[in-house]
Unconditional design. Structure first.
Length: 148
């Protein structure tokens, strides 16, 4: 088994299609539209969001879509292929840590100073995982956030 590598990838059409398929698979959902026409596909195509990925043996096994919001790194969606979820490799958590470590790159891309990180959670399990990474409830918008 290969080591997991974390990277920021250029959102070409092929990357968007592949990552959207993984995102739907991660949630046991069927992709019924052109991946380029989903909300995230559109946001990636127009440059509003960036895509980070976890690679195992050179193939994506997880991803995250990231934007900026109110001087924050905004991690909009984190997804891990089902066969890698709940593994000892902690791929989703490690991907989040990698994104945070890319603060300088994100500041250059978005041309602004980023003061904190915001993340959306989908259930109590993901909320607990994010809280273990130092995120706290933001009562203003219901997301979790932490300083940089």
């Amino acid at each position: 088994m290969g080591k997991i590598q974390y990277t920021l990838v250029s959102p070409s059409n092929n990357v968007i299609i592949y990552m959207e398929k993984i995102r739907f698979e991660a949630h046991n959902d069927k992709l019924t539209t052109n991946p380029l026409n989903t909300f995230y596909g559109y946001m990636l195509k127009n440059g509003s969001m960036l895509v980070f990925t976890a690679l195992k043996d050179g193939k994506p096994v997880a991803g995250a879509y990231v934007s900026n919001l109110n001087h924050s790194i905004h991690i909009e969606h984190v997804f891990v292929k089902p066969e890698y979820q709940n593994s000892d490799e902690h791929i989703g958590s490690s991907l989040i840590k990698y994104i945070i470590s890319c603060k300088a790159i994100l500041e250059l891309y978005y041309k602004e100073k980023l003061d904190n990180v915001r993340i959306e959670y989908i259930n109590a399990k993901t909320k607990h995982i994010y809280q273990k990474l130092g995120f706290e409830e933001d009562t203003i918008d219901g997301q979790l956030k932490r300083g940089l």
